[in-house]
Design a binder for this molecule. Structure first.
Ligand code: HGY
Ligand code: MN
Ligand code: MN
Length: 431
């Protein structure tokens, strides 16, 4: 931490501790999309943005948008940000760090009276994780103009549809289409985020530049058999979907273990009717499958499906697959990567690049504008876990690098209003 630099990292850490209080599960951090704690977190982030001198709005998909105008007329916009929703029993840095560090950077630019040739928007996206509803990245997809309107009908575990939840939250779903940004006006997106992996720590580095974000697909597998009495049906005559699912889950793991760079996770399983003395009738489990390239991921997915169908056939079970969400592998912009690497070097860091196995809002934003990500080391690479941890020194270093990046960034001529990039198509029809 440099002597002549304000200790912004300390305030970010304090604010992240405050944000951690906005939870739907006291004692844990669980902040799902459009939940009461999401509303609390939006109000808290709005307060931080207003204190930093940003003009703040809340849009109709549950994002908080802070904006500071450039003095240059018709200046393009550079977007910073990340997400404020969390997984269940989460850590306190995933997403929130990117939002609060961006607010610190903008406040410091204003404190110094820096006049930049672009306006800045800071986004606190409300739905990156996709834990409550099947879709993910709803907030950033709305900005990119790729929001899937058909996802409005999808329901959460309580049978509440996304459309109902948005209305209950005070959002106007007819306004979602207006959120899309004009790609001709956006000159870039930079997201700072914890690495959620062990690489930077192993390299003894605080920060790294992301090269690409792994693509992912999520789907449910429903296995149906024959319910029966646990005491009377002989083992050889059973069509047990839970025992079958156990074999299938091991097959998912086996395919991923045998396929380089592929990861696959079964995170949720439900069995019905769910009685201790009843052979289950039906089981549903989730699969989250990722790979650095879409081709490898699609090959692995069809291998998994083939293995599961074989097991179902052997055990006389019926099986069906329900796609939930997909996000394509996303390369970061080489030009922004180079600028971010230069900022790291100027700030005295060894330049290190690495891919992201985790998904991020930058995947959606890449459909709108060039994107870059700055990773910050996290202890043991642990994330999606309350043990997630970063240091104040690394938080400070990230803020200094982001500031340096913005002070040196100059939107390419072609990114101003002359840019002829077509507006991205938006998914699906209105409900
Ligand atoms: O699942 C992910 O990779 C991200 O945390 N949403
Ligand atoms: Mn995240
Ligand atoms: Mn996450």
């Amino acid at each position: 931490m440099r002597d002549n630099f304000p200790r912004l990292g300390e305030r970010v850490m304090r604010r992240l501790d405050q944000l951690a209080v906005d939870t739907d599960e006291p004692g844990k951090i669980t902040r799902l999309f459009l939940s009461p704690s999401h509303k609390l977190a939006m109000a808290r982030v709005r307060g931080f943005m207003e204190a930093a001198g940003l003009a703040v709005e809340e849009d109709d998909i549950g994002n908080v948008v802070g904006r500071v105008e450039s003095a240059v007329p018709d200046a393009p916009v550079f977007i910073l940000g990340s997400h404020i929703d969390s997984v269940r029993d989460a850590g306190r840095y995933d997403g929130g760090f990117g939002v609060l560090s961006a607010i610190e950077v903008v406040e410091e630019l204003r404190r110094r009276g820096e006049a930049l040739p672009f306006s800045i928007e800071v986004l606190a996206f409300g739905d990156e994780e996709g834990v409550r509803f099947p879709a993910t990245l709803s907030g950033s997809r709305a900005l990119a103009g790729t929001f899937d309107f058909e996802s409005l009908g999808a329901k959460d575990e309580n049978g509440v549809s996304l459309a109902e939840a948005l209305r209950d939250f005070g959002c106007d779903i007819d306004g979602i289409g207006e959120i899309a940004r004009d790609p001709r006006r956006i000159c870039g997106y930079l997201e700072s985020h914890i690495e959620q992996g062990p690489v930077l720590e192993a390299e003894n580095l605080a920060l790294g530049v992301v090269t690409a974000i792994a693509g992912m697909c999520r789907f449910n597998v429903t296995v149906e058999g024959e319910a029966g009495h646990a005491g009377t049906v002989p083992m050889q005559r059973r069509k047990d979907p839970l025992a079958g699912s156990a074999a299938m889950i091991l097959a998912v793991e086996d395919v991923a273990r045998r396929t380089p760079q592929v990861v696959a996770t079964v995170g949720v399983i439900e069995s019905s009717p769910g009685a201790i003395n009843v052979i289950p009738a039906k089981v549903r489990f989730s699969v989250d499958l990722r790979a650095p390239t879409d081709q490898v991921r699609e090959q692995a997915k069809s291998k998994v499906e083939g293995r599961l169908r074989e097991i179902a056939k052997e055990r006389e079970l019926t099986i069906s697959f329900t796609p939930l969400d997909e996000a394509k592998a996303t390369p970061c912009d080489p030009g922004l990567m180079r600028e971010l690497s230069d900022a790291l070097a100027r700030q005295g860091h060894r330049v290190f690049t690495l891919p992201s196995g985790a998904g991020h809002d930058a995947m959606a934003m890449a459909r709108l504008c060039p994107v870059a990500m700055l990773f910050i080391r996290c202890k043991g690479g642990v994330s999606h876990n309350p043990a997630e941890a970063i240091t104040v020194e690394d938080a400070q270093a990230a803020i200094e690098v982001m500031l340096d990046f913005l002070l040196h960034f100059r939107p390419l001529e072609h990114q101003k209003l002359e840019n002829s990039r077509a507006l991205p198509e938006s998914h699906g029809s209105r409900p």
